[in-house]
Design a protein around this ligand. Sequence first.
Ligand code: CTP
Length: 402
Amino acid sequence: MLHGKKIVLGVTGGIAAYKCATLVRLLVKQGADVRVILTKAATDFITPQTLSVLSKNEVLLDFFDKDFNWNNHVHLAEWADVLLIAPLTANTLSKMANGACDNILLATYLSAKSKTIVAPAMDLDMYKHPSVIKNLSTLKGYGNEIIPAESGELASGLVGEGRMAEPENIVSYLEDFFSKGLPLKGKKALVNAGPTYEPIDPVRFIGNRSSGKMGVALAEELAAKGAEVTLVLGPSHVSITNKSIKLIKVETGDQMYDATLSGFELSDIVICSAAVADYKAVNKSESKLKKQKGAKAGDRINLELEITKDILAELGRRKKQQLLIGFALETDNLLEYAKDKLKAKNLDLVVANWANEKGAGFASDTNKVSLIDKHNKITNFELKAKQAVAADIVNHILEMIK
Ligand code: CTP
């Protein structure tokens, strides 16, 4: 959920500031782009260098940097998808509630159009003080969200409410915040993608030219729309940038069969985009096959092959609540063959694409598809980037499950 999200993290001067190192690390690990602002008091508890290294960005401390260049808080506020202030001290809370603006964090807060989320941290009596309660309620009135302080042992040695929410809890709060209102929130999606390699011996295999790009783009689009995504990926060099996608790497058709079937039952949306090798060697050699003595160019050998299991057909047989989507990659009679596959494999939708049209098919970054549903309704799309094709397919799915 936090992949690609732009987060400005304001850190104010309380002992809980030391936990921001973990918070920044977790956010960055999830793929968020984090820019940190430290108040002067915060630098007594954590160094800008630490947070700069962890966030991979410069940390802002003042309206001007050391070379007297203006740190543009207006741009920063506009850039942010969310302004998170953690820990929020009673002092900064009071300033926020009253519109004070004596540092760059407060100026960014006043300029922010995106949501501000705060995680207060203070000693238990401070947290209970009527002025703090009033100021928190004023912030709520401004539309800000509060991640309540947690109970436990405090730095003072007292035990009670006032600890900053644990970094893990702040991260899950943000995940919920960003996934609210996403159309596939609560849905489980399973995608298989890429080629499969069927070994002949330890160094040779039967495979195909699939890159896995289309399936990876689909997995990322489903995740961006809020689905919990599992991607079963054959040997592919495509990198998965969305860290929330559960990745299961496989090599052979049998491994892809097992991984896809084991995730099928609990899934709501299942897309089989993998180019499963249609044949595998009947007898896989455990050691490298050597040429026979005296063998020369043009000599023939026989390799006995057997047909691999059809994963999609098996899913079609087991289908219950799942929306099942397959691909048909053809060089001839595209729509007819695609309709046959839709019926034969009990699909809800088939994505028909040409294998040999310029800019479409396996290795390319673009694709041109037609979608055919169970009622044989055909929707044609132009040639476009695989990410845009993935968006078209997922939008079509959203219409189907509406
Ligand atoms: N498929 C599968 N398991 C296989 C072969 C194909 O799950 N062993 C799936 C593919 O992921 C795709 C669909 O079936 O979603 C159609 O694959 P395609 O290779 O176009 O067709 P095949 O069914 O293999 O038939 P043919 O090769 O004869 O066109």
